[in-house]
Each structure stands twice: as structure tokens, then as C-alpha cells.
Design a protein. Structure first.
Length: 335
């Protein structure tokens, strides 16, 4: 309540809060003639409202105890607004802050789990990725924080990268993955509809499809290559293999984040794309981020002769029935 960035809203909230209490007290005062009054003739005043033919609403006075309860509630409200932060930018006499309370709880939780992660402090990410206990912890961290977007099997979906295929938009080193988890990413494909018409975008789409060996019209590929050189090489490179410094995808493989159809590629060219990977540095502590990094890194970096485990919908690890086929570099996958 005390974190407003504009003074107007603090004043507005203060007026509403205090004004509401004052109005309640005023209402009781103006109605004091009938509060607790007893009818002298034994008859209760009729409000004139009748329902279902014979159900009449009467104007019975409220009990005295109810009046006092109402007044005490107003007094409590004023006391709360004095001691606690309820009046705009006023922080209250007790100086309570929900933000600080959350920070204290997070610090307490971090201290409680610190012994669990202590043995990983001196280990490298590759070493942690081979530790059975660390893998179990990392998998649970992933399911709690990452599976909502990347899926319980970490293979992603439309607009969410596949983390198991060994291809990365920004790089797959442990340091880069850790930076991605900690700080997040913001990937932007600019829209070109102001400079490119649908026909030209279709020709570029045909050329892009040809880069990854998909069926394409040779005539349109010829025209598309020229337009690709005019609009796309700055990010994706002359050879179409992307640029990890920019997070620009490799367009020469056969795996797609949104789909490989001409219509989908044209939509990407004309309308652009805007994807965000949220930062987790305020959600997970450094030790948790390190273990999670090791688990993600281990999905596509296995020791010689080993096969990666799969993660089922219930979050259990299980060995695959057969060794997985190594997929080509994925332009649209990676953290």
C-alpha cells in the first residue's frame, strides 16, 4: 500500500479509507432516534414493502449490542490505519511491510534448505549433472518452476523451446544456461509487414524452407534468397545459421518453434515474434539455480554410452526403451 509511485493515488486511497469510516459513524449518529428505540404502542413501523402477498418488511430497531459492535469496528479500523500501512504512502507506526515479510520468509527458507545444497558448492555443473541426488532435486525444481512452459518432459511446445535437443538460441554452456535461468531472456523477431508484402514474404519463406531441406519452389527460392539478403542476414547471417549473441535462430535445421509451413513462416516475417523467458533470480536462490542449471544442461549432455532419462507426466524419471535419435540443431530451441 505504501509503494505507490504517484502521490495522487496515496491521497485518493487515504480519502476513501478514512472517509468510509467517518461515513459509517455519521450514519449511526443520524439514525440515533430509532437505534435501540422500542415501539410504545407495541406495534412495529411498517416499511411499506410487501412480497408474495402477505410478507411485510418491518422497521424493527437494531439491538444496542449491534450498535456498539459497529462503533467498535470503526474504532478498530481507525487504529489499524494508524499502526499499519493502510493510508497511501503512510507506512504506519509499526513500520510493517509485506515486502520485507516475504523477504524474511524467503531468507528463512533459504537457510533451512542450505544444508541440502552445501555439498554441491564445490562441484561444477557437469559434475552436479551426474549426481543422482542432484538430478532428483533439479528435476523437482524444473517441474515446479519450468514445466508450465517447457513441459514435464522438457521438450517444449509451440513457442516454448525444446531443452533436450542440444541446440540453443543463446548458447548451451553451463554459464549461459545459468544466466538465462537467473536473468531471463527477451527474444524479438521484428515485424516486416511495413516493408515487405505477402508475396515477397512467401518467397523468403520458400528460401528458408529450402535451407533446412524442406520442399520448396525453385523459382520462388531464387527470388526469396535475394530478399533474404536484403532483410534477414543482419540477424540470421548470410548462411542462415543464426547468431547466438543476438539469440537469432539457426534456420538451416529442420526443427521449428512455431512450425515450418509457408503460412507460419510468412506470419513470423510479417508480424514478428515476441517471446520472454522470465527471470528466476528472485524466485530461486543461487544454489537452486546452480542445481537446476545442471539438470537442464544434463538433458542434452550425456556421458558416452549413456542414454538420457525421460520425465513422465507425474514427474518420474524413467529410462527410455531405446536410445534416442540425435536430433539436428534446433533453431527455435534453447533457453
Amino acid at each position: 500500500m505504501s509503494d505507490f509511485v504517484n502521490g495522487f493515488w496515496g491521497i485518493f486511497i487515504s480519502i476513501v479509507a478514512v472517509g468510509g469510516v467517518i461515513w459509517c459513524v455519521w450514519l449511526l449518529y443520524t439514525q440515533r432516534r430509532w437505534l435501540g428505540a422500542k415501539p410504545t404502542s407495541g406495534q412495529v413501523e411498517d416499511t411499506g414493502h410487501v412480497w408474495d402477498g402477505d410478507l411485510t418488511e418491518l422497521n424493527n430497531p437494531v439491538p444496542t449490542w449491534w450498535t456498539w459492535m459497529y462503533l467498535l469496528a470503526c474504532l478498530f479500523a481507525l487504529g489499524y490505519l494508524f499502526f499499519m500501512p493502510g493510508l497511501g504512502e503512510y507506512k504506519g507506526q509499526l513500520g510493517y511491510s509485506s515486502t520485507e515479510e516475504v523477504a524474511r520468509q524467503q531468507a528463512k527458507m533459504a537457510e533451512a534448505v542450505r544444508p541440502i545444497y552445501a555439498r554441491f558448492e564445490t562441484m561444477t555443473v557437469p559434475q552436479i549433472s551426474q549426481d543422482p541426488g542432484a538430478r532428483e532435486i533439479g528435476q523437482r525444481l524444473f517441474l515446479n518452476n519450468c514445466a508450465q512452459c517447457h513441459g514435464s518432459d522438457a521438450k517444449g511446445g509451440p513457442s516454448f523451446p525444446n531443452l533436450t535437443d542440444g541446440d540453443w538460441l543463446h548458447g548451451g554452456s553451463p554459464e549461459t544456461i545459468m544466466k538465462t535461468i537467473k536473468e531471463g531472456r527477451h527474444g524479438v523477431m521484428p515485424p516486416w509487414k511495413a516493408a515487405i508484402d505477402a508475396k515477397t514474404a512467401g518467397d523468403i519463406a520458400q528460401y528458408v524452407r529450402s535451407l533446412s531441406g524442406l520442399t520448396a519452389d525453385p523459382v520462388r527460392v531464387f527470388r526469396g534468397k535475394r530478399e533474404f539478403g536484403n532483410f534477414c542476414v543482419a540477424c540470421h547471417g548470410v548462411d542462415g545459421k543464426g547468431n547466438q549473441l543476438l539469440g537469432a535462430p539457426n534456420l538451416t535445421d529442420d526443427v521449428w518453434l512455431y512450425g515450418s509451413s509457408e503460412a507460419t513462416i510468412v506470419k513470423t516475417i510479417l508480424d514478428g515474434r515476441d517471446n520472454r523467458m522470465p527471470a528466476h533470480e528472485h524466485i530461486l536462490n543461487p544454489e537452486q539455480i546452480k542445481v537446476l542449471t545442471a539438470w537442464v544442461w544434463g538433458l542434452s549432455n550425456k556421458p558416452e554410452g549413456s542414454t538420457p532419462a525421460t520425465v513422465d507426466a507425474a514427474g518420474r524419471s524413467a529410462p527410455p526403451r531405446s536410445a534416442p535419435r540425435q536430433r539436428p540443431s534446433n533453431a527455435a530451441s534453447g533457453a
